[in-house]
Write a protein that binds this ligand. Structure first.
Ligand code: GTP
Ligand code: MG
Length: 197
């Protein structure tokens, strides 16, 4: 994918505030701190189009980014961070579910898991919604630079078992080495090309 331009469009929490656009859209979902924003920055080859942080749970809004004037990438709010206030936690479910259910131009979700972490209830909730609303899912296991190569297969096996997603559907990724970025782009491009149904 040749990136000509990238631009922050806006943040939103509810459909009335989503950008009005017919352009195809790909969203990124996963726990707080899993590396959603870092993955987007690597894909679009910008150091900080999307704010990343060492303080998990910072991004509580749905953030929309225009790419090349031809499609939209969406950084979804992370979930599962203990220190987030209860009121914010309660908003997360309806906010996420509504986006996945109602966003008509949504063509796929890049669903991100940390290779070192156990799959949690909120991850399973995400998978259930993606299935329920028929959103094509691109599973990514990230931060693979954090564990030795020899341990990756074993970790992936656990993740596959816990999620029930097909083992060969996962792409291994590192924002540090950029390993996996090309494969993820190819999957995103195919999802963008799929016709609306
Ligand atoms: P929230 O917006 O809070 O939900 O987090 P996020 O999912 O957007 O994570 P973010 O991209 O901000 O990354 C969180 C931390 O993990 C940062 O300190 C990143 O530098 C680090 N990180 C992200 N991806 C990788 C990776 O592939 N390898 C390593 N080693 N660190 C990573
Ligand atoms: Mg983020």
């Amino acid at each position: 994918m040749k990136i000509v331009s990238t631009e922050f469009i806006k943040s939103a929490t509810r459909p009335g505030n989503y950008p009005e656009s017919d352009l195809p859209e790909i969203a990124f979902a996963g726990r707080s701190n899993v590396g959603k924003s870092s993955l987007i920055n690597v894909l679009v080859n910008r150091k900080s189009l999307v704010r990343t942080s060492s303080t998990p749970g910072r991004t509580q809004l749905i953030n929309f980014f225009d790419i090349n004037g031809t499609f939209t990438l969406v950084d979804l709010p992370g979930y599962g961070f203990a220190k987030v206030p209860l009121a914010v936690k309660k908003q997360w479910g309806p906010m996420m579910r509504t986006y996945l259910e109602t966003r008509e131009n949504l063509r796929g979700v890049v669903f991100i898991l940390d290779i070192r972490r156990d799959v949690r209830d909120e991850d399973i909730q995400m998978i259930d919604w993606l299935e329920e609303f028929g959103v094509p899912t691109i599973p990514v296991v990230t931060k693979i630079d954090k564990i030795p190569r020899s341990k990756r297969a074993q970790q992936l096996k656990q993740i596959v078992a816990a999620t029930g997603l097909p083992g060969d559907s996962f792409t291994l990724f590192s924002a540090h080495t950029r390993e996996g970025a090309e494969d993820i782009w190819e999957l995103i491009e195919s999802a963008l090309e799929e016709d609306e149904n």
